[in-house]
Design a protein. Structure first.
Length: 555
């Protein structure tokens, strides 16, 4: 019996037996709810047996059986009544606990509990209620729209501003709104260079207002709910904005809380991450200060933003220690939740030469689960070749963490999401699979490409063309080929410029005197250091589609 506490006085669990009833009674449990029909499996105890045992121990019990895929409104009402009336502590059970937590979530949602709170409680208990949340959302009345726009873009990051600029390049009189609360906009690919002592973090930021394209209305708010069936988004003040067409570009969520103790450990005791603006300078401080000891670098399960960034931190750090002579006293460890060094195998041989140069030890299939900064200890879940899991730990003097990542909660809980929580699009047209007036760009959608700024640079013109084709402004269909780029900074002054598309197909876009294929290049370093930042600020975000014009086919 694996009891999952939902709140004070209520828990859910899997199927219980007669002996479990006695154990629960001894723990003070006063009531039970059965949500499992009799006879689902041969060895399942009948409800009557559980009822007899409960009554013998003075417990209240109700039988509210449901089939997982057939939860009706009357089931929800009956559960809500039992939940309100039965004495606490109360335990609900079914085969795995999922039906019980689902009924609880639907009942609480009907009574007005915020979606975010329901999701947080369920996630903490180990349950993914994406489908349930969509049901709650669809049953809620949507606020009347106070503003209307032809095109609404959610997110003022790389993809959102770039697609707005590309739209206006094609049709300057469009009525567009961008919704985002962030006052600062960041060139995040530069944070690796900050952690390597090449850039300052202030070089990577601009005021958002300075980047909003002229003619676009910036709504300085956050979207709290997507209501695509009503062509609306609900803002954090409760007001709603309606649209004719929607572009979702709200990025990815860095789930720092997904590793126990990490949030408290960051920024001190040698724990850092180039995935945060304020921490990248601390990475460089640690690299310079480490003269001996163990440096641990981590990478979580995919998908993540810029899959090469965790090892870029390793390479630039290793290069500094190599050049200063400290490397002989430093043990570099790379703990990767994945099974390979890099997802596109053509680049692995060149990268392995640098792994060997820096004498780094590769630990594959190791997922970071806990950090104790004060004790300088990290724990990993290791999965062996047979799929068996075990916990291993290591000490560290420096720990560079790449956090686990997921779609933003507001997307995960919406009707726009696929089963994994990402915006569900056609991978070539980037149009939503179910809502024809919705497109997506950047890290938030589920096309199987690398989540990089370079990918957004290619996607934005595709979305702009296809949306305007839907309006009758342009003609033909633009198709995205999965292009992504990862400039792998293997040492200060050299980069392996990885450019690839769907399925790991190599898609070099820069001339071969810059991109040396799978080998490191000095000119690629100059491209990354000196050329890409201004191309980003003054090209991509201004609608200049250099090396990014969409591939359009007349159909």
């Amino acid at each position: 019996m694996n009891l999952k506490t939902i709140n004070e006085g209520f828990a859910v669990t899997e199927q219980i037996g007669v002996a479990d009833v006695e154990a629960l009674a001894s723990q003070g449990v006063r009531s039970l709810i059965c949500n499992r029909p009799d006879g689902e499996v041969a060895d399942q105890p009948a409800y009557a047996e559980i009822e007899r045992a409960a009554l013998q121990h003075g417990m209240s019990i109700r039988n509210l059986p449901v089939v997982s895929s057939k939860i009706e409104d009357f089931h929800i009402r009956a559960f809500a009544e039992a939940y309100a009336e039965l004495p606490r502590p109360l335990v609900a059970y079914c085969r795995s606990g999922t039906r019980s937590i689902t009924l609880w979530a639907l009942a609480q949602g009907a009574q007005g509990m915020p979606i975010e709170q329901i999701v947080a409680v369920a996630t903490a208990a180990g349950y993914d209620l994406a489908d349930t949340v969509r049901r709650i959302e669809s049953s809620k009345p949507v606020a009347a729209a106070t503003q209307h726009f032809s095109i609404v873009i959610v997110g003022a990051g790389s993809g959102g501003i770039a697609v707005a600029a590309s739209l206006l390049k094609r049709k300057p009189d469009l009525q567009i709104a961008i919704i985002d609360k962030a006052q600062k906009h960041y060139y995040q690919p530069g944070w690796t260079m900050v952690g390597g002592g090449v850039f300052r973090n202030t070089d990577t930021e601009r005021d958002t207002v300075s980047l909003i394209p002229r003619g676009v209305q910036w709504l300085q708010s956050a979207v709290q709910e997507f209501a695509p069936d009503n062509n609306r988004v609900v803002l954090d003040d409760g007001s709603a904005v309606s649209y004719d067409r929607l572009i979702v570009a709200c990025g990815i969520k860095l789930n720092w809380a997904g590793v126990e103790g990490l949030t408290e450990a960051l920024g001190r005791n040698g724990v850092t991450s180039n995935y945060r603006y304020d921490l990248a300078p601390y990475t460089w401080e640690l690299v310079q200060g480490l003269k001996s000891g163990r440096a641990v670098f981590t990478q979580p399960p995919m998908p993540i933003k810029c899959a090469g960034a965790p090892q870029k931190a390793l390479y630039l750090s290793g290069d500094y220690w190599y050049r200063t002579g400290a490397l002989k006293n430093i043990d570099i460890q790379f703990y990767n939740a994945g099974a390979v060094l890099f997802g596109v195998k053509d680049y692995v041989p060149a990268l392995m030469k640098y792994i060997e140069r820096y004498k780094a030890t590769l630990q594959f299939n190791h997922r970071l689960i806990k950090v104790d900064g004060e004790k300088k200890q990290a724990w990993f879940e290791r999965t062996d070749a047979d799929g068996q899991k075990s916990i291993v730990d290591t000490g560290f003097d420096m720990l560079h963490v790449c956090p686990p990542q997921q779609a933003p909660d507001v997307v995960r809980s919406s009707a726009l999401a696929d089963a994994a929580g990402w915006v569900d699009v056609d991978q070539e047209t980037l149009r939503h699979k179910r809502y024809n007036n919705v497109w997506s760009v950047g890290d938030v959608m589920n096309a199987p490409n690398a989540k990089t700024m370079a990918a957004a640079r290619k996607q934005a013109p595709v979305v702009a063309h296809n949306l305007l084709a839907d309006m009758g402004v342009t003609h033909g269909v633009a198709r995205y080929d999965g292009y992504g780029s990862c400039p792998l900074t293997v040492e200060r002054g050299r980069i392996v410029l990885a450019e690839f598309g769907f399925g790991g197909k190599l898609l070099p876009s820069f001339p071969d005197w810059i991109n040396k294929g799978t080998e490191p290049s000095r000119l690629a370093w100059m491209l990354k250091k000196d050329m890409l930042p201004p191309i980003y600020w003054h090209g991509m975000l201004k609608g200049h589609e250099w090396l990014a014009s969409p591939n359009v086919k007349q159909e």
